[in-house]
Write a protein that binds this ligand. Structure first.
Ligand SMILES: Cc1cc2nc3c(=O)[nH]c(=O)nc-3n(C[C@H](O)[C@H](O)[C@H](O)COP(=O)(O)O)c2cc1C
Length: 140
C-alpha cells in the first residue's frame, strides 16, 4: 500500500458548495478505489492532501488531480510504502488550516530533511497533525 502527500495551488476562489461538491466526488470515487486520506485547504490558495491505498489507484488519482483545472503546481512532497492506514474510513474529510503551515511545505528541500527522519507510515499523520495545529506553540 502506498502513502502519498502533495501540495497544490487553487486556481480559483472556491465557494462552500464547490468545495462540498469536490469532497463528495472524492468520497464516492475513493471508496470504490480503496483510497483513504484527508484534504487540507487554507481557504485561499493551497491544498495539501494525504492519499493512502493501492499504488496503482493512488497514481491514477494523482494524474486526474494533476489534470484538474481547479488546481495547478501539484508538488508531491512525500511518497512511501505503508503497512497500515492512518485514515480508516472513506470520508476524505476537508479541514481548514492556517496558510502559514501549508506554506512551509512549499520548501521541499527543508521538508525532505525532516521527513527522512520519520518512520515510514507516519509521514501523512505527522504532516496532518502539524497542519491541524495539534502541536501548540512552544512545544518542542
Ligand atoms: C485539490 C483536489 C483534490 C482532489 N481529491 C480527489 C480525491 O481524493 N478523489 C477523487 O476522486 N477526486 C479528487 N479530486 C477531483 C479529481 O481531480 C477529478 O475531478 C475527479 O476525480 C473526477 O471524478 P469523476 O471521474 O467521477 O468525474 C480532487 C481535485 C482537487 C482539485
Amino acid at each position: 500500500m502506498q502513502e502519498l502527500v502533495y501540495i497544490s495551488e487553487a486556481t480559483k476562489a472556491f465557494s462552500t458548495s464547490e468545495l462540498a461538491e469536490l469532497v463528495s466526488t472524492a468520497r464516492k470515487n475513493n471508496a470504490l478505489m480503496d483510497i483513504t486520506g484527508i484534504l487540507l485547504f487554507d481557504q485561499e490558495k493551497y491544498f495539501l492532501q494525504v492519499l493512502e491505498g493501492p499504488e496503482g489507484n493512488i497514481q491514477a488519482l494523482l494524474s486526474k488531480i494533476k489534470n484538474d483545472p481547479r488546481n495547478t503546481d501539484v508538488l508531491v512532497v512525500h511518497v512511501g510504502n505503508i503497512s497500515h492506514r492512518t485514515f480508516n474510513d472513506w470520508s476524505m474529510s476537508l479541514k481548514e488550516v492556517d496558510s502559514k503551515r501549508l506554506n512551509l511545505f512549499k520548501n521541499k528541500h527543508l521538508l525532505g530533511e525532516v521527513i527522512s527522519e520519520v518512520p515510514s507510515g507516519l509521514v501523512g499523520e505527522l504532516i496532518t497533525r502539524f497542519c491541524l495545529d495539534e502541536y501548540t506553540e512552544g512545544e518542542r
